[in-house]
Design a protein around this ligand. Structure first.
Ligand SMILES: Cc1cc2nc3c(=O)[nH]c(=O)nc-3n(C[C@H](O)[C@H](O)[C@H](O)COP(=O)(O)OP(=O)(O)OC[C@H]3O[C@@H](n4cnc5c(N)ncnc54)[C@H](O)[C@@H]3O)c2cc1C
Length: 397
C-alpha cells in the first residue's frame, strides 16, 4: 500500500510513524511549508540557545501516561509548570483566577474578607464559575464576579474572537472558572512538559523511519492523488473540497518577535485590554532550569486577527452553528470518498490539545488495521471497542 500524509505537523507525523512501524508500509509525507512541525514549529536561537516558539507557546499537559511514554521515545520531555499571568488594572496577576489573584489585585483586608466568604460559601479547593459566584445573594461576591467579568473575561473574549461585546453572555451566565485555592498552575494534569530540544526536533525524530519519505515545499495541489492508495489529509477540509460549501472561519495570530532586553519576568503575559497584542511569551522563561549564555531576551507578542485566505494562517477554528453546518456538509462529502482520512486541527475543524491529537492519530491507524480485516459486518460500537483495545495494546508496546 502507498500512503500519502498531507501535513508534517504533530498529527501527520504520528499517523506516518504508526503506519510505517505498525503496518510496515511506505509513507510519503508532504508539507507546503519549508519546515516540519506545523503549529508546533519552533527553533533554537543560535546566539543565546533560547528555544523560540514563533507560532505560539505550546505545552504538553496530559494525565495519560501512554502519551508521555510514546513521545519520550522521540525526545527528552522537560517537565515544567505553566504559570501565566494576566494584566488587571496594570497589575500582573495570577492566571488561573484563584485566591492568589485576589491578594494581588485588592488591598489585603478586602482580599481576606472575599477569601473567607468564598471558602465559607463554597469550600476550599472548589472550582466555581463566575456565574455561580454572581448568582449568589452576597453583594461582595457579586461584585467580585462582575470585577473579573469586566476586567478579564469580557475584554479578553472581545479581543480573542473579534466579537461585539453586546453579544457576550452576561456575568450570570459565564462559565469562566475561579479556583478557591492557592494552586497557581494553569494546567492541572499530572504530566506537563515541553520537549527539551523543541517540538520540531521531536517531530523530526518521529518522522525518522526507513519507511517514511518527507517532501517539504510541496502543496497537495501539486500531487497526483491517484498514485496513492490512502491519503491522510491534515490540511483544512474546506480547502480539500475547493470551498464548494463555503470557507470555514478561523482566528489567526501574528507574532512579532522582539529581541530587545525587557524586564518581563514570567513565562506568558495575557493582556485582555490596553494593548493591541493579546499575549507576550518570554521564551527564556518557558523551560525551567535552562541556562543561557547571554543576557538576550526573546519575546513573542501575539496579535489576534481574522483569518483571510492567502493573507495569514489558520489558528483557532471558530466553532458556531453556522460554521458547524458548513463543516457537516464537507463531512457528508467525505463519506463517499474511499481511503481518504481527514485528521487533526484543520482536517476535523476542531481545537485539539497535543495529547488528544496523538490519541486520535493512534485511533486513525488502529481503525485502519481493523478495516483492513474487512469485517464490515461489525457495527460502529464494536469497531470503536476494537479501536480502543488496539490503542491500549499499542500503548503497552
Ligand atoms: C494558539 C494555540 C495555542 C495552543 N497551545 C497549546 C498548548 O499549550 N498545549 C497543547 O497541547 N496544544 C496547544 N495547541 C493545540 C496544538 O498546537 C494544535 O492543535 C496542533 O499543533 C495541531 O496539529 P496538527 O498536526 O493537527 O495541525 P498543524 O500543526 O496545523 O499541521 C498541519 C500541517 O499541514 C500542512 N498543510 C496544510 N495544508 C496543506 C496542503 N494543502 N498541502 C501540504 N501541506 C499542508 C501545514 O503546513 C501544517 O504543517 C494550541 C493551538 C493554538 C492554535
Amino acid at each position: 500500500m502507498k500512503n500519502l500524509v498531507v501535513g508534517a505537523g504533530l498529527t501527520g507525523a504520528v499517523i506516518a510513524e504508526r503506519i510505517a512501524s505498525k503496518l510496515d508500509e511506505e509513507v510519503v509525507v508532504i508539507d507546503k511549508a519549508s519546515h516540519i512541525g506545523g503549529m508546533h514549529y519552533d527553533y533554537i536561537d543560535k546566539e543565546s540557545g533560547i528555544l523560540v516558539q514563533p507560532r505560539h507557546a505550546n505545552f504538553l499537559h496530559t494525565n495519560n501516561k501512554f502519551i508521555w511514554d510514546y513521545l519520550s521515545k522521540f525526545t527528552k520531555l522537560q517537565p515544567l509548570t505553566f504559570r501565566p499571568l494576566v494584566q488587571i488594572q496594570g497589575i500582573n496577576a495570577t492566571l488561573p483566577l484563584c485566591l492568589l489573584t485576589l491578594h494581588e489585585v485588592f488591598p489585603e483586608d478586602f482580599a481576606k474578607m472575599l477569601e473567607n466568604k468564598l471558602i465559607a460559601k463554597f469550600g476550599y479547593n472548589k472550582k466555581i464559575t463566575l456565574a455561580e459566584m454572581n448568582r449568589n445573594f452576597d453583594e461582595d461576591l457579586k461584585f467580585l464576579s462582575e470585577y473579573f467579568y469586566e476586567n478579564v473575561f469580557k475584554p479578553y473574549t472581545v479581543k480573542q474572537w473579534g466579537i461585539d461585546e453586546n453579544s457576550i453572555p452576561p456575568c450570570a451566565d459565564t462559565y469562566y472558572p475561579f479556583d478557591i485555592s492557592l494552586d497557581d498552575r494553569y494546567f492541572k494534569e499530572k504530566y506537563q512538559a515541553v520537549p527539551a530540544c523543541g517540538w520540531t526536533n521531536m517531530i523530526e525524530n518521529i518522522l525518522r523511519h526507513k519507511n517514511i519519505k518527507l517532501k517539504l515545499n510541496t502543496d497537495f495541489s501539486e500531487i497526483n492523488p491517484r498514485k496513492y492508495d490512502r491519503i491522510f489529509f491534515t490540511g483544512s477540509i474546506d480547502e480539500y473540497f475547493d470551498y464548494k460549501h463555503g470557507e470555514l472561519p478561523y482566528r489567526s495570530v501574528r507574532v512579532e518577535i522582539d529581541e530587545k532586553l525587557t524586564d518581563l519576568n514570567g513565562q506568558t503575559f495575557n493582556y485582555p485590554y490596553n494593548y493591541d497584542f493579546i499575549r507576550a511569551n518570554v521564551f527564556k522563561n518557558i523551560l525551567p532550569n535552562a541556562i543561557y549564555s547571554t543576557n538576550k531576551n526573546i519575546v513573542g507578542f501575539e496579535y489576534i486577527e481574522q483569518f483571510e485566505l492567502g493573507k495569514n494562517e489558520r489558528f483557532y477554528p471558530i466553532n458556531n452553528s453556522d460554521s458547524q453546518e458548513i463543516y457537516e456538509k464537507y463531512v457528508e462529502e467525505s463519506k463517499v470518498l474511499h481511503n481518504i482520512y481527514f485528521a487533526g486541527r484543520l482536517g476535523e475543524f476542531k481545537y485539539y490539545e497535543s495529547d488528544e491529537l496523538v490519541t486520535r492519530a493512534f485511533e486513525t491507524v488502529a481503525r485502519l488495521m481493523i478495516d483492513n480485516n474487512e469485517e464490515f459486518s461489525k457495527d460502529e460500537e464494536e469497531i470503536n471497542q476494537e479501536v480502543q483495545t488496539e490503542v491500549e495494546n499499542s500503548s503497552n508496546e
